[in-house]
Structures are given as structure tokens and as C-alpha cells.
Design a protein around this ligand. Structure first.
Ligand code: SIN
Length: 301
């Protein structure tokens, strides 16, 4: 299976190789990339190595990306596929509609970014017909404590289900809806503006497979989340609720998790087809600001 990646630019074809290491973490997912500077052109062979490592480890942590500009962040992300624009476009970085500001900072009493992004486990944009392939989150300002991001490996979640439960859920579809918990979030924080009718129209509920096949590796993974999955289709409401509660609890057990403790200038690139993630929380008085770019993936099957 091969990815449909964006065509190489001439800079990528001729750029000198960079010397870098990919060091897998001990645990269920993740690897650190040391020595690669994403603000310099990444040549074709180096890019292939990164692409393969992303498929193998699901979360890549690129250290020390201090020089990376938003334009370069967008350009590197765009080599994996078309980019998605978040429905909360008020939190886009000015001049960069593809960059969502994830931040708890208030300026003149107003939020500069989405402060509660990721407070429930989810896969980015699973509520779109074409959910996200991956997301690249770049640290610009980090708190002195807290602010971690947790990832849970959904291939392991699937692999460890009982044969009976696998058989039950394999053919099922579930509804995913951006607005599933929007009112709840709106009630507890300043980060969720009222949506216009045009914004609501962009995030209609969609049906997704409960178990999806990764389009590049062929591996199966669970594809439900406490944030966006509202119900299993075609089963009675009480059964749907019970089944989802069981799957949510199973999918994020500690043995499937990697906890990312951010270091200055990290850029973390995760595979939304393989992992769920959660923002573990930042104390209100500490500032946190990151830029997120999201790549469109395939229709899930
Ligand atoms: C997200 O869900 O994209 C944000 C994660 C984070 O802020 O740690």
C-alpha cells in the first residue's frame, strides 16, 4: 500500500540530505526525530524515511524546530496531502487559514486561540466525510507545568478486543458530530463562540466505521471517541450507549498510551487514523500557545 503524497517540489528533489536519527520510544507508540531541521528543504529520501517512520510509530516528535515559520510548517504538512481549514476560523493565524492557534491566552479579555482543544479524547476532524490523516502541532509558548498531550494507540485497542466483540462491532457504523459536546464546552469556558448557520452547515453529522482500516498499512483500528461519536447506527439507543461506553473505556487504557511532555520548539506529528489524543490540561494562570495544521485523509473504511 502506498500513500498519495503531494508531488515533490524541485527544492525537495535537489536539497542536500540531512543527518538525523529516529529513536522509537519504549512503549506502545511514538518516536523522536533528532537532528532534522524542518525549516530547511527536506529531500525526497529523507521525506520517505519520515513518512515510513510516521506509519510505523504513529506519533513523531521533531525536536528543536525553533526556526520553523508558519509558512514552512504549512509547506511541510502539505507534502502529505491537502490541508483542512478548521470550522472555528476566528482562531486561524492571521494570513494562514490552515493554521489553527491552540492557546489558553486571553488578550484584552479575548481568546487568541482555541483554549480547550482536545479536552476529550478524539481523532481530529473525525466528524468530516474525509477525516484528518494527521496533525502537526508546533509549540510556540509552553507552560512551566502541565500542558501535556496524551496519545492512545487504536491498533492495539482493536487487537486486544475479544474475538466476540470484534465480530459484533466489525460491521457497525457510528455517527460522529462536531456539535456533540459543543454546548457543554461552551458552558464551561470562553473558547467556543456561537456558530453561524454557514459554520453549522460545514459540520453536519457523518457516519463512520466503528473499526477502520488504515489506508496505507492495512492495519485495523478502533475509530470512536468520547468527543465526537454520538451513537452506533442501527442498534437500540441503550445498546448503543452501553457499547460506546465499553469501547471508550477500552480504547484509552494506560497500556496503549504515550504521554507527551512538551519541550521548547517541539513539533509533534500524529496519525489520526491510528491514535486518539487528549490535551491533559494547563493551569489557567500559565500561558500555552501552539500552532496546528491538519491534513485531510481518505474517506474511512
Ligand atoms: C488538539 O487536540 O489538537 C490539541 C492538543 C493539545 O493542545 O495538546
Amino acid at each position: 500500500m502506498s500513500a498519495t503524497l503531494a508531488p515533490q517540489t524541485s527544492a525537495a528533489a535537489t536539497a542536500p540530505a540531512q543527518t538525523f536519527d529516529i529513536r522509537p520510544f519504549v512503549g506502545p507508540l511514538g518516536a523522536e526525530v533528532i537532528g532534522l531541521d524542518l525549516s530547511r528543504p527536506v529531500n525526497t529520501d529523507d521525506f520517505r524515511r519520515i513518512h515510513q517512520a510516521h506509519l510505523d510509530h504513529h506519533v513523531l516528535v521533531f525536536r528543536d524546530q525553533a526556526s520553523l515559520t508558519p509558512d514552512q510548517h504549512v509547506a511541510f504538512s502539505g507534502r502529505f496531502g491537502p490541508l483542512q481549514i478548521h470550522v472555528l476560523n476566528t482562531f486561524a493565524l492571521p494570513g494562514h487559514p490552515e493554521v489553527l492557534i491552540v492557546s489558553n491566552i486571553l488578550e484584552n479579555g479575548k481568546p487568541i486561540g482555541l483554549g480547550d482543544a482536545g479536552v476529550f479524547w478524539h481523532s481530529d476532524l473525525s466528524y468530516k466525510e474525509k477525516p484528518s490523516l494527521g496533525s502537526l502541532l508546533h509549540a510556540h509558548e509552553l507552560p512551566s507545568e502541565g500542558g501535556d498531550t496524551l496519545f492512545a494507540n487504536q491498533h492495539l485497542a482493536w487487537d486486544t478486543l475479544s474475538a466476540e466483540l470484534k465480530k459484533t462491532i466489525a460491521p457497525l457504523k457510528a455517527e460522529h458530530h462536531y456539535l456533540a459536546r459543543y454546548a457543554e464546552l461552551q458552558a464551561r469556558s470562553p473558547w467556543r463562540p456561537n456558530l453561524s448557520p454557514e459554520q453549522v452547515a460545514q459540520v453536519k453529522p457523518v457516519a463512520q466505521p466503528v473499526v477502520r482500516t488504515h489506508p496505507e498499512t492495512g492495519r485495523k483500528g478502533l475509530f470512536v471517541s468520547e468527543h465526537f461519536t454520538t451513537r452506533i447506527l442501527g442498534v437500540p439507543e441503550d445498546e448503543s450507549r452501553a457499547l460506546l461506553a465499553e469501547l471508550f473505556a477500552h480504547s484509552v487504557q494506560p497500556q496503549f498510551q504515550y504521554r507527551h511532555q512538551w519541550q521548547p520548539h517541539d513539533l509533534v506529528f500524529w496519525d489520526n487514523r491510528s491514535v486518539l489524543h487528549l490535551a491533559a490540561g494547563t493551569p489557567d494562570h500559565l500561558r500555552r500557545k501552539l500552532y496546528r495544521v491538519t491534513i485531510e485523509g481518505d474517506v474511512a473504511y
